[in-house]
Design a protein around this ligand. Structure first.
Ligand SMILES: O=C(O)C(=O)Cc1ccccc1
Length: 276
């Protein structure tokens, strides 16, 4: 049976995304849980065949440490999943002003800024997963709180619950399905991800890359840079676009870009539908 790595413990949003993915596959998978996002990624191709990790929140943007891992590791993207994300705050205190400490996962923190700003007395403790926040809160013996997935608790168990503490009602996160072994793109793959690695900086560098797409009418869906962390002012570019790398027009664009740039093709896969 194939093994799939995801962020644990069970009940995280990553676990939910994993459930959606596995339910749609003909293969059966054994889910293996890891305590951190980077730890999850590092098990892909080792103890696990594939992995599922969050890559982008619709308001906060990309998760930098995932982008950095994709630059340095030899991994392929084979699918994506978009999940609605709703957070609640649960507490053992009776009023917000009594809360002394609050646990929140480091990605979740940026999605609940307004609510967290309103808590003046609480010390914020960041965690690696939303279920770690839940568990550490349950273990605490002082007035505490946690930001947790709205599906992860029973309202009647806590004296104080604030629902939908996420800044945006329509909050959602995109997850990638990652594989070490490159897999042939499915026939319905209509999106491609790549990284243009900065080792050819010159005037017009990015413009040339973009022109290879625009002159072929290929629609970019995202472009983002990450610093090389070797020299100030040097960046790698992550580009997502509509189309399959095996489509002749796309292949032609990639060939042209590849002539003068070091391109890391992450993969072509079926684009997930954004939720309204
Ligand atoms: O901790 C989780 O539940 C995760 O899967 C990471 C995460 C955090 C915030 C939004 C989406 C995913």
């Amino acid at each position: 049976m194939k093994k799939i790595a995801t962020l644990g413990p069970p009940g995280t949003f990553s676990d939910m995304a994993t459930g959606i993915y596995t339910a749609a596959q003909s293969d059966t998978f054994q889910v293996e849980y890891f305590p951190t996002i980077v730890g999850t990624l590092s098990e892909v191709g080792k103890s696990c065949d594939i992995g599922i990790i969050p890559i982008e929140n619709f308001s906060e943007g990309f998760i930098a440490l995932v982008l950095d891992e994709l630059i340095s590791a030899d991994l392929n993207v084979i699918d994506e999943i978009i999940l609605p994300i709703k957070f609640s705050m649960i507490s053992n205190a009776h009023s917000l002003s009594d809360i002394q400490q609050l646990y929140v996962q480091f990605v979740a923190r940026g999605q609940c800024c307004e609510f967290l700003e309103s808590l003046h007395n609480a010390k914020i403790i960041t965690t690696d997963s939303n279920i770690e926040s839940l568990n550490r809160f349950k273990d605490s013996d002082i007035p505490s709180a946690a930001i947790v997935p709205s599906t992860s608790y029973r309202k009647s168990d806590f004296p104080l619950v604030c629902e939908e503490v996420n800044d945006y009602k329509n909050n959602q996160t995109r997850f990638l399905v990652i594989s070490k072994v490159s897999q042939p793109a499915t026939v319905d793959a209509d999106k491609t991800s790549l990284i243009v690695l900065d080792d050819n900086d010159h005037p017009g560098y990015l413009g040339e890359v973009l022109l290879s797409f625009s002159k072929r009418n290929i629609n970019l869906t995202s472009i983002i840079s990450r610093p090389t962390r070797k020299t100030f002012g040097k960046y790698h570019f992550f580009i997502d676009f509509d189309g399959n790398a095996e489509d002749p027009v796309v292949a032609d664009a990639l060939k042209e870009i590849g002539k003068t740039n070091n391109v890391k093709l992450l993969g072509s896969y079926k684009k997930a539908k954004s939720l309204n």
